[in-house]
Design a protein around this ligand. Sequence first.
Ligand code: AP5
Ligand code: MG
Ligand code: ZN
Length: 215
Amino acid sequence: MKIVLFGPPGAGKGTQAKSISNRYSIPHISTGDIFRKNISENTPLGVEAKKYIDKGQLVPDEVTINMVKDRLQEEDCQNGYLLDGFPRTVFQAESLHDFLQERNEVLDTALLIQVPGEFILERMTGRRVCPSCGASYHIKFNPPLEKGKCDVCGSDVIQRKDDSEETVQERLTVYENQTQPLIEFYKKEGLLEVVDGTQAINEVFESICDILGSE
Ligand code: AP5
Ligand code: MG
Ligand code: ZN
């Protein structure tokens, strides 16, 4: 199963991706997580990406697309994958389409988690993330079992630098201008599915499973 997951910042992509990846046994590939790992390791890719991420802007397409293509050619992607946060521009979507076509492959579903802007700020400012395994929590909506510790791996959870109010606003604007056009793109391809992301976390997951079926 090959799935694209998209939606505004804070829609719950990362939260749902963890569950989808477990349920359907496919790797969860988050471009945001890959960039953050490179930033923490201070790699050349990380140094480049940080310039954009800290401002809430998109990392340039050519950097992002090459990184994803490399990742998709790894062994664990042979039976499918879940892309979280990629594509994020129409150019990225076209590049993914061409990449798949060259390999005689197709996407199964492009899943939009829809959440109106007024929900986003509270979600982002209350978010805590695990720097080791990428798990995402919320101080009110989804707190870790032990305060400040990741349920999965026990690391101390932290606040993402780009979750400040100002940067969140910029990320929302970037989403509207550059990522929202993907709705039309995937509608035309006949792949678009929409989930109401304002429901509780487990309800969103149930809606997603209804769409993806019991493969
Ligand atoms: P990325 O890491 O992908 O950030 P994003 O798209 O802004 O999305 P988030 O990770 O902030 O939100 P999410 O939807 O995963 O929500 P989450 O599940 O954590 O990208 C970061 C940056 O990297 C970008 O700004 C860009 O610079 C760069 N980048 C990445 N990909 C790129 C690309 N393809 N091209 C160019 N640049 C790229 O949930 C949020 C919070 O809400 C959590 O606290 C969670 O617990 C809570 N929550 C989740 N669901 C619910 C619910 N149903 N009810 C209540 N609370 C909920
Ligand atoms: Mg995320
Ligand atoms: Zn963890």
